[in-house]
Design a protein around this ligand. Structure first.
Ligand SMILES: Cc1cc2nc3c(=O)[nH]c(=O)nc-3n(C[C@H](O)[C@H](O)[C@H](O)COP(=O)(O)O)c2cc1C
Length: 207
């Protein structure tokens, strides 16, 4: 059946390095006319990372999205991670895709084992059971065997592992370039391709 509404996306932010990626993705989602609603879930460690890396602290969670995006962020609904009864905890909620960016090894482990004890991991679990797109922007290095096994487990359950691992073949000029191009790749994975995404057109050098 044809969809009669815009896209609904859940964005999860955990305590892995790279809060700036979440900030960038949220800004693009907020500005994208194809997107109708964004649900934002941030773990306690995610809040700490946002404070550490972006110097943003929101006494009231509802203020977090406007602080992160620098806009009124009217499309973005902040949902407390403890609120296991929030709409997105159910498969009946109209969510099209979810991204966890950045995704900690801990959050990956919760999803891989189906623990679903907080809203972030429950929403991810729901995406998998409903066969919806789930993108995990894991940020950890080096990787131990547990990380690797957990990645394979969630991959086999339907998730896309998209490590927060920027490319350099497009000759980025700034950190902003690097973050933006990575955000574009993430948005493409969510079904929201961006016109300004760099696209490789073949090598200028002969082999
Ligand atoms: C400053 C800082 C940076 C961190 N960076 C990472 C990281 O890049 N990857 C990771 O898996 N964990 C990282 N951690 C550890 C996680 O925050 C920690 O395992 C936490 O329990 C994850 O909880 P969450 O998944 O509920 O957000 C970092 C912690 C801090 C305080």
């Amino acid at each position: 059946m044809a969809k009669t509404r815009g896209t609904y996306i859940t964005v999860g932010v955990t305590g892995a390095s790279g809060a700036v990626y979440a900030q960038s993705v949220l800004r693009f989602l907020d500005a994208d006319p194809r997107v109708e609603r964004v649900f934002l879930v941030v773990t306690d460690a995610g809040q700490r990372l946002i404070a550490t890396e972006l110097d943003i602290v929101a006494a009231d969670g509802k203020k977090l999205a406007p602080l992160l995006t620098g806009t009124p962020a009217k499309k973005i609904e902040y949902l407390p991670n403890k609120d296991i009864g929030a709409s997105i905890a159910s498969g009946s909620a109209p969510v099209d895709a979810m991204v966890i960016i950045p995704c900690s090894a801990g959050a990956l482990a919760s999803i891989a084992t189906g623990i679903a004890s907080d809203l972030l991991s429950r929403s991810a679990d729901v995406c998998l059971k409903e066969r919806r797109r789930l993108v995990l922007c894991l940020r950890e290095t080096p990787l131990n065997r547990i990380h690797l096994e957990n990645m394979l487990r969630v991959h086999d359950a339907g998730a896309t592992i998209m490590p927060a691992m920027p490319a350099f073949y497009y000759a980025p000029k700034s950190i902003d370039d690097i973050v933006t191009q990575f955000a574009y790749r993430v948005l493409a994975q969510l079904g929201l391709p961006q016109e300004k995404q760099y696209r490789w057109r073949g090598s200028k050098l002969s082999p």
